[in-house]
Write a protein that binds this ligand. Sequence first.
Ligand code: SF4
Length: 290
Amino acid sequence: MMATMADFGTRETPQWCPGCGDFNILTAVRAALAKTGKETHNTVVVSGIGCSGKTPHYIRTYGFESLHGRTLPVATGAKLSNRKLTVLAMGGDGDGYGIGLNHLMHTCRRNMDMTYIVHDNEIYGLTTGQASPTSMKGMKTKSTPHGLIELPIHPLALAITCDATFVARAYTGNIPHLTNIIAEGIQHKGFSLIDVLQVCPSWNRINTPDWFRTRIYDLQKEGHDSSDKTKAYEKALEDINSGYEKVPIGIFYKAQRPTYDDELPQLKDAELVNQDITKVDMSKTLAEFE
Ligand code: SF4
């Protein structure tokens, strides 16, 4: 029997602030797992540190709350150990685009078969409101009382440049669209980056639901061709290039190429967890330590 959305729930009560967009991401992830026919015991959710880091506690699958910025290496380890698992990685914009940014670039180029959902609230929320790598220039925060002087990271443009094969953006204010994007990311064979614009009512008073409402539009409704890499890159920069007048959501770029685990010779015959290690000859290696 296929797992339902309720099957992916746990008895834990989410400890997020009232009105936090993380609630909607949680709902969408559970719905997307059910929609794509995933099983609780064949799925693993890995998180980093931050408000989003608690997410694995609220989804009834295998879960791992890892170190700050190390979501993707841990998720990579899980996938390479058992490539039959469905692997979801989650973290915030600080975790993924600040502390762990180098991991994002390498996971893109490797085309690891997993889905990375970034809770992008454009602020450090858990530490009570410091500027993050995606905070808008000029934003006044606890760490930038005179206004942020750095330009933000462009995660989608970066992922396209690093040859990710599924690059998308969604918004926590539109759960059906968010669910569909996550479901498409899960079904995609290869690395999927889904940047989720997430409201943080406690600490980001600029990018509010009212701010998003007048700016967001759906790329797919405008007939965007997600196989056109040049156009995808252009669209990935449209928010900043339009002075934030237009903020596109949807699938920016999608392509097919072999995944890392497809090409790894050691996994050709069987998943690592199903290989008989008693037949591995370690004598030469051990002799080096004698
Ligand atoms: Fe959500 Fe912001 Fe509260 Fe964190 S600080 S739980 S991101 S509203």
